[in-house]
Design a protein around this ligand. Sequence first.
Ligand SMILES: Cc1cc2nc3c(=O)[nH]c(=O)nc-3n(C[C@H](O)[C@H](O)[C@H](O)COP(=O)(O)OP(=O)(O)OC[C@H]3O[C@@H](n4cnc5c(N)ncnc54)[C@H](O)[C@@H]3O)c2cc1C
Length: 390
Amino acid sequence: MINHSLFENTDTAFTLKSDSELERAYFLFKMISSEPLVRIGTAATNFALKAHLPVEKLIRATVFDHFCGGVNEDDCLSVIDKLYTERVCSVLDYSVEGKSVENQFDNALEKILKIINFCDEREAMPIVVFKPTGFGRFLLYQKKTEGVELTEEEEAEWNRIVVRFDTVCKLAKEKDVEVLIDAEESWMQTAADDLVEEMMQRYNKDVTVVYNTLQLYRWDRLDYLKQLHQRAKANGFKIGMKIVRGAYMEKERERALDKGYDSPICENKKATDDNFNETLSYILNNLKEISVFIGTHNEASCYLALELMETLNISKQDNNVWFGQLYGMSDHISFNLAAEGYNVAKYIPFGPVKDVMPYLIRRAEENTSVAGQTSRELSLLKAERKRRKL
Ligand SMILES: Cc1cc2nc3c(=O)[nH]c(=O)nc-3n(C[C@H](O)[C@H](O)[C@H](O)COP(=O)(O)OP(=O)(O)OC[C@H]3O[C@@H](n4cnc5c(N)ncnc54)[C@H](O)[C@@H]3O)c2cc1C
């Protein structure tokens, strides 16, 4: 029987937080629960960074240290070790976004290769992650997705992306590390999906090394998975899938409206939740062929996963099922699942302060606009403060 109050245990959830860290987290979530404050704070921070005002220290002491592991991978080591004392693994996420120049893509590649080598022999780091647009221009993915013919130069540029993907997956296989590949906007995603499938064909023959991502706010994704499943069976490779709800909803809807095509997004939150849960169930029922990384802060979906695992006799430690949350969020899910013996990993973003700002702003905005998420964090932090006082 599944304990449906597992995530209420704030003692386990915040076991690694000192009293002062608990206070800082409470203060931070209180601040970002206010939409006007986030809007003003974002504008002021962007201005201050551009004007080279000395605000980095302030950012580090507040949002950065709460949501990020550090400015480079060595910086993250103490966080990684600390999390692993509670059986929570780490996925280092080099969160420098929006780059568009070749040498920056090569730098990102070097970074990921370094992280894979860093993972070697470190039990606390069995998984790495990268974003398709970390390795190539968004517009090139978009052109491929739209079926636009590439120029000779663009073909060469695309081939360099393919080589970057291949280099990462090859080293990951050698080092016994799993690779998660994030999903982004729908109008560039088909090109990424096709490329990741190629990598699965090459590297997922006997074990699952390569994982793509399904964004289940998209109503077409379960069908896509079922078709991929048929191709995987026919061609003898395994599927790895991270499942998430999706982070670009407003952008997706706006573009569809603007360009006059049907929105790829489910019509409401319940439809997204149903789609997520149905896909989760499909995968767990086909675990021999599909491994899953469940990336969510949604308690109901996590409980459903636990129930299905029990019904289907899937061991808590089965390496084909992982739960993942972002560092600085939903510790009540991560730490309680890990304490029960499930496989859990936190995404730990890192990078220079000004480069991870887009990531931090997304987190602040998400916590403001996603109804319930901040109030849930706040009520848990409040409960823990009260418990400690008693
Ligand atoms: C480990 C991890 C990895 C991630 N990787 C990616 C990634 O590669 N790509 C990516 O895009 N995102 C990624 N995300 C972010 C993720 O997609 C969600 O934005 C975030 O996790 C919130 O969804 P939830 O399942 O946690 O919880 P919930 O709070 O239950 O769901 C919120 C989500 O529901 C959907 N939603 C909300 N309102 C509506 C509505 N009216 N109609 C339809 N749908 C709605 C949106 O997707 C929204 O983000 C990742 C998250 C985690 C934890």
